[in-house]
Design a protein around this ligand. Sequence first.
Ligand code: HEC
Length: 182
Amino acid sequence: MRLLYAVATVVLLAACREQAAGDRVLEEANASGNAASNALENAVAQSDAAPLEKEQALALMKERHENYERIGDSMKVITRQLKSGSPDLAQVRGNADTIAQLAPQVSTWFPAGTGPDVGKTEAKAAIWENRQDFAAKAEAFNQAAMAFQRTAQGSDLAAIRAAHGNLGKSCKACHDLYREEH
Ligand code: HEC
């Protein structure tokens, strides 16, 4: 059990940019047979059942953070390209695919027991108090991500920029209510 608490503490302390150490500890935990792997799948399966084990919740929160970082990184590349005079559409399309692939998963990343009372996170408690509205924001994002992906297949830059603007609005609509300022 002591190892579990050690893992939990390290993950808790691991700030955004200091996750490499946490990764190593989690890997060691996995190697020694703890159930930190597949945390997401297990957590989703359990989301309506018993509360998550703490170490499982922390692993899921870390995975959630990494997925959002991937969405954020993809969005940055797209924005940079679309601001340039002659965007590299291959880059735009590849990153649109990444976002469209992650978008439908968002609503599964917030099972009960993964909020700010459990560990370090920018997710606000309001998510769990306004489940339906949060799910609606996640679905609007998913729709915008699919529309952007579809539009980016073409070469109409004005349409691609407009769809990108809509996608960005769907991020902001959720962040304004449900993500801690940082
Ligand atoms: C349905 C709500 C929702 C939508 C839609 C959403 N996000 Fe987020 N985002 C969050 C929440 C909540 C967090 C905090 C997660 C955590 O800390 O566990 C977050 C975290 C992030 C982070 C990590 C921030 C950090 O510095 O720790 C990035 C980057 C990010 N989002 C980018 C985006 C982008 C870009 C989009 C749109 C393309 C988007 N998000 C759409 C709710 C959302």
